[in-house]
Write a new protein. Sequence first.
Length: 288
Amino acid sequence: MLNLDNTFRAMLRSEVVTLCRCWLITRSDAIALGFTDFDIALTINGIIYEAVDGFSPTNTSSTNTLSTDNTTLFGILTSDRITELDLSAGKYDNARVDIFDVDYFNLPTSLVATPLKYIPILIGGQLGRVEKSELDFSVAGASRGFFLEQKVGDLTSKTCRYNLGDSDCTVNLAPFTFTGTVTQILDKIFFFASAVTQPFDYFTNGVLEFTSGNNDGFKTEIAFYTIGQFRLFEAPPYAMILGDTFTAIAGCNKEAEICFSKFSNIINYGGEPHVPGNNFYANGGQGQ
């Protein structure tokens, strides 16, 4: 049973229940945004919970077992604090979410003090990837039990399972990381750069990170590279401008030959290129 404040518990038992729902979203950059379905803004523990008509959840699933508690939030881009560009930039991906009901006549001063003056719905959950359309967005929220349901372990693969430079790959990325400056913009994902002279395909499948301008910190994969020209897999959230600087990390296609010839790292190759495939067994071991 929840350890509820006596005044709050009495309100719940009264004929008139004065509850409203609040959502607290804490992004990975520590910016906290509060929202409520009440008709005026509320202040709880110094955070303003904005009254937004276009922000609502689906039914929230919650159990006393280890199964995942979850909900889905739908919103219309009516709050100035939630921008389409920030959503596109992934600033809300994996953000913490707290959902709770409060008495709007007797607000709590803290979400950690006991006895509780609120009903916890989803506390310490995490937002998944945001999906958006032209007018609205949706995002799934799950409790920390979600991580207990993730599959653990590796499967065999002809190509490498590791990411270039991670603890399994062990490649030192410094010799394969280069800086550049945007000098000509052809469209949202295609541009020319100065000071980048590596050969054709060197950065294809690599990672580009902007280090200045409105897109500072934004990372994306490089779809195609030839000398001084980059094509990105996805457009950055803000328009590129001439003079934007970036770092580019060499690309790896996860094939054994590239691991050997380009990175001299075949000893740490995370694939099994010589393991027979399904066709081999389907043909009774007579070849691929």
